[in-house]
Design a protein around this ligand. Structure first.
Ligand code: PLP
Length: 275
């Protein structure tokens, strides 16, 4: 959108076949002309955890600002935006077991102070005359209109729930499921796991020889196993990997090894039906 609006040139950090960003290539892309760097903290399609701290440090060295999309990281990883020194960090509440249509935008105070409001409405003004309007302080300047108060309360409850479980405990359990799932799926002939980064969250994307991901999704669904199929809103990534899409199993705190066994049985059944 910025390219269309401002004529920016979009440059893309390439990845290796395991789904990891090529940091040497990233460094080559950076110059004093780089204004903005944006990456996902965790890839929704592959599960790769990107080395965001390093990415931020290198971007800052050339004077660029950084936005990290933490939609997929927030329920899996411990976050410290100050330690990361990121300029912006965004996340979605529904990925934290919270309500839809809600999220968090973190920005450094001095940057947000310098930015104009992007829309008008109740509470975002300090003083209004017909000659001139001054805007309210942060965060009200960016919170035009009566907010969605009920869902903000629900987001807090979701964050408390995760806090009570403990991010470290969540990560430890999900990693156990990831390892179990990686081994179990790895035993299926004709199945290839897409995304083999060393640093990964508990997401397994896979393809099965000769079967379209959509068929896998529908037949697994009939067996009570829910996977996501398709391009996962990452069409350029699918193109880079030469795939039409993948099927993706995401393991969360409420999942069990028995459910992974059910997934494996389900995929074998799909193969029997389709091949
Ligand atoms: C990495 C990433 N960014 C952004 C989004 C979109 O979030 P939202 O639907 O809240 O805009 C998703 C998932 O849908 C995601 O996985």
């Amino acid at each position: 959108m910025l390219c269309e609006e401002k004529g920016c040139v979009l440059k893309v950090i390439p990845i290796n076949d395991a789904g990891e960003l090529l940091m040497d290539e990233y460094e080559k892309l950076l110059s004093e002309r780089t204004k903005f760097v944006s990456v996902v903290h965790v890839s929704n399609a592959l599960g790769t955890i990107n080395p965001v701290k390093d990415i931020i440090t290198k971007a800052h060295a050339v004077g660029a600002k950084v936005l990290i999309d933490g939609a997929q990281a927030s329920s899996h990883l411990t976050l410290d935006v100050q330690d990361l020194d990121t300029d912006f960090y965004v996340l979605s509440a529904h990925k934290l077991y919270g309500p839809t249509g809600m999220g968090v935008l973190y920005g450094k105070k001095e940057i947000l102070d310098a930015m104009p409001p992007y829309r008008g409405g109740g509470e975002m003004i300090k003083e209004v005359t017909f000659e001139k309007t001054t805007y309210n302080e942060l965060p009200y300047k960016f919170e035009a209109g009566t907010p969605n108060i009920a869902d903000v309360v629900a987001v807090k409850n979701a964050l408390d729930y995760i806090g009570e479980l403990g991010k470290e405990n969540i990560a430890a359990y999900e990693n156990e499921l990831l390892q179990y799932g990686t081994e179990a799926l790895g035993e299926i002939d004709g199945l290839r796991i897409i995304g083999q980064a060393k640093e990964k969250v508990s997401v397994i994307s896979f393809v099965v020889d000769g079967i379209h991901p959509q068929d896998i999704g529908v037949i697994l669904d009939q067996q009570g196993v829910a996977v996501r199929t398709g391009h996962h809103c990452t069409q350029p990534l699918m193109k880079r990997l030469g795939l039409v899409g993948t099927s993706r199993a995401s393991f969360a705190v409420y999942n069990t090894k028995e459910e992974i066994d059910k997934l494996v049985t389900g995929i074998r059944k799909v193969q029997k039906m389709m091949l």
